[in-house]
Structure formats: C-alpha cells, structure tokens
Design a binder for this molecule. Structure first.
Ligand code: NAP
Length: 235
C-alpha cells in the first residue's frame, strides 16, 4: 500500500493535497511543524480526512527515522514562505524564516532525509515556473538550487512548476498575488482566444484543489520520475 508523506501539509496546496490523496485512497501522513501554534486544529482537520499527523522536528536524522518507520514511498515537498511572513517572523524575534531558511534549507533537509531511506521514496517537489539558479530573483533562485540538488542526487524525483497558485478559498489574504494572477489570467485568456492555448495553459493560475489533483496524478505516473512537469500537464 502506497504511503505518502506531505511536507508543508498545512499550506494552501498542502491541505488540498492531503484531501486529494485521501480521496484517492492513499495512506497519507501530514507533517505539521512541531512549533505550530495550531497543532490541535491541524490534527482534527487531517484526522477527519483519515490522514495521520506527524510532527517530527526539522533535522535530517529525525526525519530519516520517521520516513523509515512510515515506509514512505512518496514524499511531497510543498514548503515555502513569503517576504511578508519572513518579515513578520523577524519582527516577532523568531528564528530566520526567509527563502534561504525555509524554501531552501527545509526542503534540502527533507531531501537529505529521504536519501537515508531504503527503498528510496520518490521526491515530488513543488517548485515554480521560472525557477533558475542564475536569476536575480531570490525566490526563483532558491527553487533553482533545490532543483539542482534533485537532478544531481540519486533519488527518483519529479519537479512540478506551476505559475500562481491562488483561489478565493485561500485562507491567508495575499492581495498582491491575487491581483497579479487575475491580470495575468486576463491577458492569457486573450492569448488563448488567438490560438496561443499552450502559452495560456502553462502560465495561467491554478487553484490549490486543481493542483492537488494534478499532483496525485503525477505521483501515480511512474513515467514522470526524473521529469519536470509544467502547469498545462497538471490540468
Ligand atoms: N503561491 C504561489 O503562487 C506559488 C507559485 C508557485 C510555487 N509556489 C510554491 O508552492 C509551494 C506551496 O505553495 P502554497 O502557496 O500552497 O504555500 P503556503 O500556503 O504558503 O504554505 C507553505 C507551507 O510551508 C510551511 N512553512 C512556512 N514557513 C515555515 C517555517 N519557518 N518552518 C516550517 N514550515 C514552514 C507552512 O507551514 P505553517 O502553516 O506551519 O506556517 C506551510 O505548510 C511553496 O513552496 C510555494 O513557494 C507558490
């Protein structure tokens, strides 16, 4: 029986993914960071879906031990922060929570933890359209660096590169992201109308639920191991 471990389960996409995995009948373990102020609420939510909750601390040996115990076949990495969240953590005097600490180091830790597991799980990484190591955009650069680790490492992997992930069902208000996605989707609708449907489908925004359904399909398709999957393949 397939066992899926979801890092970043409490995020917009993560929550939808846990639900989609359970709907697909896949044994699912939702990771909740041990310092989360909402542990009880997450436990109730995920357990109601039939998923288990894990709160392993963010160290490589501890994560390896957990993934071995769970015999995880699929490990999803959906971790990420925003500039706003990083700033709020800094103001509150908390630990560094910028792109380097979260998007890069936590993802790299989860990947390194998988390397110690036999048989190796498939690592499914939610990257981003435009991820590149040689860009001046800090967000896309850390994603490019994570993708590099996956390509050079020995684990089976799939990289998924969506454009904006947004929807009216996102609990956290992200007005800038919503406006940018709406404008972009409008321009892309025009592009689609003049025959540029591939361009439209690659760049237009996707909801958490659509993306989650696509991630489950990706995970079930062994031919996508070692591949980069773009948004139009997810719909
Ligand atoms: N939003 C977009 O338009 C977009 C586009 C392309 C790619 N992506 C990427 O796709 C992934 C999922 O996106 P999303 O919008 O669904 O993410 P999200 O809602 O922002 O969720 C991010 C996840 O990362 C965890 N996280 C953040 N800071 C953390 C920290 N300091 N320590 C431990 N965990 C931490 C969160 O846990 P808590 O709930 O405990 O904070 C949450 O589970 C992210 O990697 C994102 O960068 C996003």
């Amino acid at each position: 029986m397939t066992v899926a471990f979801v890092g970043g389960a409490t995020g917009y996409t993560g929550r939808a993914l846990v639900a989609a995995l359970r709907t697909a009948g896949i044994n699912t373990v939702a990771h909740v960071r041990p310092d989360s102020p909402r542990v009880v609420a997450w436990q109730e939510r995920f357990e109601a879906l039939g998923a288990a909750v894990d709160m392993t601390p963010w160290t490589c040996p501890a994560m390896t031990e957990t993934l071995r115990r769970l015999q995880a076949d699929l490990v999803f990495s959906l971790l990420g922060t925003t500039r706003g969240r990083a700033r709020a953590a800094r103001v509150a005097g908390g630990p560094d929570a910028g792109y380097e600490a979260v998007d890069y180091r936590l993802t790299a830790t989860l990947y390194a933890a998988c390397v110690g597991v036999t048989p190796p799980p498939r690592f499914i990484y939610l990257s981003s359209l435009g991820a590149r190591e040689d860009t001046r955009n800090a967000y896309l650069r850390v994603r490019g660096r994570v993708e590099h680790i996956l390509r050079e490492g020995g684990l089976p992997f799939t990289i998924v590169r969506p454009s904006f992930i947004t929807g009216s069902d996102r609990a956290e208000a992200r007005p800038g992201e919503r406006i940018a996605a709406t404008l972009l989707d409008g321009v892309l609708a025009l592009a689609g109308a003049v025959g540029l449907s591939r361009l439209r489908d690659r760049h237009r925004s996707i909801t958490g639920a659509e993306l989650a359904a696509g991630l489950v399909r990706v995970a079930r398709d062994p031919t996508l191991a070692g591949c980069v999957v773009s948004a139009e393949q997810l719909r």
